[in-house]
Design a protein around this ligand. Structure first.
Ligand SMILES: *Cc1c(COP(=O)(O)O)cnc(C)c1O
Length: 235
């Protein structure tokens, strides 16, 4: 764990460099430190090194961590959203990244009304049409976008994706380009602003930034290799 502060610094420098290369301002990219499977102590170490935004992918794992850490930390939920967990997720997380169906979004809207909340959400897109992966198929998202935008109380910030695993960072580029293209098309067609693109992980976040990512979700490059897999991980 001694390396968390140094790792964070290195990741921040790489983000900065990727922004400079592409003429973006470094504050146009939010670094989400993905702390799933890592301890409260590791998260505290990152926090003390200046990191305030963290990502978790399981509600049961996240709840006691959020409880144990200062209220100044911010949390994004990046995992697959189970319907029976949304009630607990909405009050704890600032942003939910992986809403993957109209039905789930409609349920989130219903709960938001009941709880008096205005949740910020991203829509997960299955850019490569992988059978095992969650997310809207792009054509379905286009077909359902009007209905999604009509849901009250939900602030749809943009799109999120987990591209297919590839041999290197470059192989993810085309999927990042595809997500950005879909976002641009939806903005035009529906006359909405969808500023957020959540894409890029430890292996490919620099490429994602070059292609327009506003949120990169970086875990192992900050906290080290994970010992255990998480249910719903990379779903
Ligand atoms: C675990 C996870 C990450 C972080 O992955 P690393 O390769 O450790 O950076 C990013 N996004 C999602 C959805 C994840 O589940």
């Amino acid at each position: 764990m001694a390396g968390v502060a140094a790792n964070l610094l290195a990741v921040r420098e790489r983000i900065h460099a990727a922004c400079c290369r592409t003429g973006r301002t470094p504050d146009s990219v939010e670094l989400i430190a993905v702390s799933k499977t890592f301890s409260v102590e590791a998260i505290r170490e990152a926090f003390e090194a200046g990191q305030t935004l963290f990502g978790e992918s399981r509600q049961q794992e996240a709840a006691p961590k959020i409880e144990a850490l200062p209220g100044t930390l911010r949390w994004h939920f990046i995992g697959r959203v189970q319907r029976n967990k949304i009630r607990k997720l909405l009050p704890s997380f600032d942003v939910i990244h992986a809403i993957d169906s109209l039905r789930l979004a409609a349920y989130a809207a219903e709960l938001a009304a009941e709880l008096g909340l205005f949740p910020q959400l991203l829509l997960q897109v299955n850019v490569a049409g992988e059978v095992s992966k969650g997310g809207f198929e792009p054509a379905l998202l286009r077909a359902e976008m009007a209905a999604l935008l009509r849901l009250e109380r939900l602030e749809i910030l943009g799109l999120m994706t987990i591209p297919p695993a590839g041999p290197d960072a470059e192989s993810a580029r085309r999927w990042f380009v595809r997500l950005r293209g879909l976002r641009d098309a939806l903005e035009q067609e529906f006359e909405v602003s969808l500023p957020a693109l959540s894409m890029g992980m430890s292996g490919d976040y620099e490429v994602a930034i070059e292609e327009g990512a506003t949120h990169v979700r970086v875990g192992s490059a900050i906290f080290g290799e994970r010992q255990s897999r998480v249910d719903g991980e990379l779903g």
